[in-house]
Ligand binder design. Structure first.
Ligand SMILES: O=P(O)(O)OC[C@H]1O[C@H](O[C@H]2O[C@H](CO)[C@@H](O)[C@H](O)[C@H]2O)[C@H](O)[C@@H](O)[C@@H]1O
Length: 406
């Protein structure tokens, strides 16, 4: 058995992205975009194809968990000691407890306690307060010990041989940097070119919590599939259709009956939160985001309480925590994972073993897609631009080689 430690970094951003694989037995994990993560990867070289590999976004710091049993991902925001092992699923017990606690409080209509503040703080990759010099030192040491995940490129492409790669890309924090103003989360021209190239070779979908139109305005690539509102608003490419699609027009909105309700609740939330400086409510068509990023930490509890009071009045809705954001959405059995399956089906890969889905994500809501990959025992989660560009080069070069042999 080979033992690998992966790292992929996205240069130019204030963050590092990390590519994770797990053991050949599908012990894949996902962490919750906390400000600090660490991981260790063991992989059987020959079993790479069966693995579910995840993307982890460790903007601020990474620590190796080398030598620990049951290697996995550790989410240790606000802690400076090694956290407990997370077997599979990415939440530390502590964080799970915090979230459960919060849910229980919400259900009981109680005021959120400090756990809420802690979990919101932990959700932000740009929250630098918890970084100490010793953690930075550990980060440096970790980087030296861990080669780039790009070094694993060969293994990944080998695992995909004979299969159709299908790409799924989250937007915020994956294609664009995390910024304070959600309306200004632009992707770079370089990233756009990488994605455009990618779509020439592989069916490619953007899967995002954003409103589909808004993300389209950012990405501006008509050749992609778009699944907005956490997968509740799916549309196929409007140009360059070349893959096996069951129907030519992909257009699916499983939560359409919730539109009037979402509009109404959006207005209520805007009204309710306007007295909280920095709070921002975003209408994502089938979902609503209430942003905390620019709110004074001391006000987080109050803001969360206000939001939950509103949501509690609508049993058809629930909420989830994202990065410094509360995501309010219809209570239906639909999420990014279901969107991934739906798109694979549209592409003719419903129960197909010859597909190789690659999902790139960085937030708790991406976990739904990772779960599907685990269930299907297929594919990888991967990271950003360097990897995308390399994948394009690999595909182009292998196409050229095939042509010259003919
Ligand atoms: O599924 P995603 O594409 O990752 O979208 C999730 C949410 O992303 C956006 O919020 C996040 O990014 C903002 C811009 O960098 C940042 O200010 C915010 O704190 C983050 O939570 C988006 O604004 C939300 O509507 C999405 O649901």
């Amino acid at each position: 058995m080979g033992k690998f430690h992966f790292r992929i970094s996205q240069s130019g951003f204030i963050r590092k992205k990390h590519f994770l694989s797990t053991s050949g037995k599908l012990k894949s994990c996902f962490f919750t975009s906390s400000s600090i993560v660490s991981f260790n990867i063991e992989a059987e070289r020959e079993n790479m194809g069966n693995q579910n590999v995840l993307i982890v976004d460790a903007f601020n710091l990474t620590l190796s968990t080398e030598g620990l049993p049951n290697p996995s991902i550790y989410s240790i925001a606000s802690q400076q000691k090694r956290p407990p092992v997370v077997p599979c699923g990415g939440y530390t017990n502590k964080k799970k407890l915090m979230l459960q606690n919060l849910e229980t409080n919400a259900a009981a209509g109680a005021r959120p306690n400090n756990c809420w503040v802690e979990s919101i703080r932990a959700s932000s990759p740009t929250h630098m307060k918890s970084i100490t010099p010793s953690l930075l030192e550990e980060k440096r040491a970790w980087i030296i010990r861990h080669p780039s995940a790009l070094d694993m490129f060969h293994e990944i492409t080998e695992a995909s041989k004979g299969k159709q790669i299908v790409m799924f890309l989250d937007y915020d924090g994956t294609l664009s940097p995390i910024v304070e103003n959600p309306d200004r989360a632009f992707m770079s021209g370089k990233m756009r070119r990488a994605v455009r190239q990618l779509a020439k070779y592989f069916p490619t979908a953007i899967v995002t919590g954003r409103c589909r139109d808004k993300v389209y305005d950012f990405v501006k690539l008509a050749e992609l599939y778009y699944a907005g509102s956490h997968g509740m608003d799916i549309k196929g490419p409007t140009k360059g259709l070349k893959y096996n699609q069951k129907s030519k027009v992909v257009n699916f909105q499983p939560a359409s009956e919730f539109l009037p309700l979402i509009d109404k609740v959006y207005k209520v939330l805007v009204e309710k939160t306007k007295s909280t400086p920095g709070a921002r409510v975003e209408n994502n068509k089938f979902c609503i985001s209430v942003h905390f990023r620019c709110v004074d930490e001391k006000k987080w509890n109050d803001l969360a309480q206000k939001v939950k009071e509103v949501v509690n009045e609508y049993p058809q809705l629930n909420w989830r925590q994202g990065r410094m954001v509360m995501e309010i959405r219809p209570k239906i059995e639909w999420d990014k994972g279901k969107a991934l399956e739906f798109l694979l089906e549209c592409l003719g890969f419903a129960d197909c073993s010859s597909v190789f889905p690659v999902y790139i994500g960085d937030d708790t809501t991406d976990e739904d897609a990772f779960k599907i990959l685990r269930k299907r025992e297929q594919g990888f989660g991967i990271l950003v631009m360097d990897f995308l560009q390399k994948l394009v080069r690999w595909k182009r070069d292998s196409a050229d080689t095939t042509k010259s042999k003919v």
